[in-house]
Ligand binder design. Structure first.
Ligand SMILES: [Zn+2]
Length: 352
């Protein structure tokens, strides 16, 4: 197709150096023009190394993973891997990420799926990159990643636990979550998932943290919106994670118009046209300011030899952005997508 000349995934291509020059060229162009834009005042992200006022025009990836363990809530734990080996495996990918212009990575691995805030802290310092971690529970995948007693707990009780992590830090480390991450399966949602969503809403009211909700189906987000409205929580405190998986684009538009952040993640060489077309759809409807873009990629896979295969999070910077510019997006619009939108989404809201 017409944009293949600016993708770099075919390493066998004889024109690779030519392509690299083009990418370096547009990166330079974007950074130069972005440096002229005013930053959002008072934006303060809660990172694993503390609160950060982001003053540079660095890119932000709102949904990636560095270490994941799918073993389940009953067996998960730090005893399952060697943290030093994981650190050594992950670090070069973060160095490479810095070279693509990304300065902030939002690490979306929830508790009981391999969230290791000590590891994230060490990586953040070593790679000089800001990393956000999260509080919350993941009720998708048939509750495989929920603590056994969650079904007996109230939303208020769950929220107390998450608010304590925000106030005091996670597992005695002093490292605080920068957002709430929850997960639900497709609608209709069972009671425990509704309690998890309500717990997230209560946590938002106390902390101002944004809520990223894994939901492969927009009907589940519609249910979440109902709970947010009952709890009088503004809908821009909610990110619909994996919206790209729902073919009902009317629902993307409707939820975005209501204020929900619509996150198109899972960017890979195979999805570039889909992601381009979704962005263009939102742009044509005047909804670009509600869109987040990321790969949902990476990670050291606990239980696999050497941590398995790490999928690098570079297709947005290296392929999708050139495609969007080629399709007519202005530099300012790209800047909003990869910098202003995620910064606004993950900056904690003023509390009442
Ligand atoms: Zn994810």
């Amino acid at each position: 197709m017409e944009f293949t000349e600016i993708t770099i995934h075919s390493l066998a291509s004889p024109s690779l150096s030519n392509q690299m020059e083009k990418i370096t060229g547009w990166l330079f162009f974007l950074f130069f023009t972005w440096s002229l834009f005013p930053s959002i005042a008072h934006a303060q992200l809660i990172t694993v190394r503390g609160e950060v006022n982001l003053t540079t025009s660095t890119m932000i990836l709102p949904h990636e993973h560095l270490l994941v363990d799918f073993i389940g809530a009953g067996e998960v734990g730090e005893h399952r891997y060697d943290r030093d080996a994981a650190f050594e495996m992950i670090l070069p990918h973060l160095h490479r990420l810095r070279e693509t212009g990304v300065g902030v990575l939002v690490e979306c691995t929830p508790a009981l799926l391999g969230r290791d805030v000590q590891l994230l802290h060490e990586l953040s310092r070593a790679a000089d990159i800001h990393i956000l971690t999260n509080t919350g529970y993941y009720a998708a995948a048939n509750f495989h990643f929920l603590p056994w007693n969650t079904h007996q707990r109230s939303a208020a009780d769950l929220a107390d636990e998450w608010i304590a992590e925000w106030r005091d830090g996670i597992d005695g480390t002093g490292i605080r979550p920068g957002f709430v991450k929850i997960g639900v399966d497709a609608a209709p949602l069972p009671d425990v998932s509704l309690e998890i969503i309500r717990a997230a809403a209560i946590t938002h009211r106390e902390t101002g943290l944004v809520i990223a909700c894994h939901a492969p189906d927009g009907a589940a987000i519609v249910e979440a919106v109902g709970i947010f409205e009952e709890e009088s929580i503004p809908l821009d405190a909610l990110i619909w994670v994996h919206a790209n998986m729902d073919p009902n684009t009317e629902r993307h538009l409707r939820l975005a118009r209501m204020g929900v952040w619509v996150e198109y993640d899972g960017i890979s060489p195979q999805t570039l046209e889909l992601h381009r077309d979704l962005v263009l759809l939102m742009r044509n409807e005047g909804l670009l300011h509600r869109v987040l873009l990321s790969h949902d990629a990476g990670w050291y896979s606990v239980g696999e030899p050497g941590g398995g295969e790490f999928r690098f999070f570079g297709d947005l910077q290296e392929s999708l952005i050139p495609m969007l510019l080629e399709a007519g997006l202005a530099s300012e619009e790209v800047h909003s997508l990869v910098r202003d939108n995620p910064l606004q989404a993950f900056t904690p809201r003023e509390r009442e």
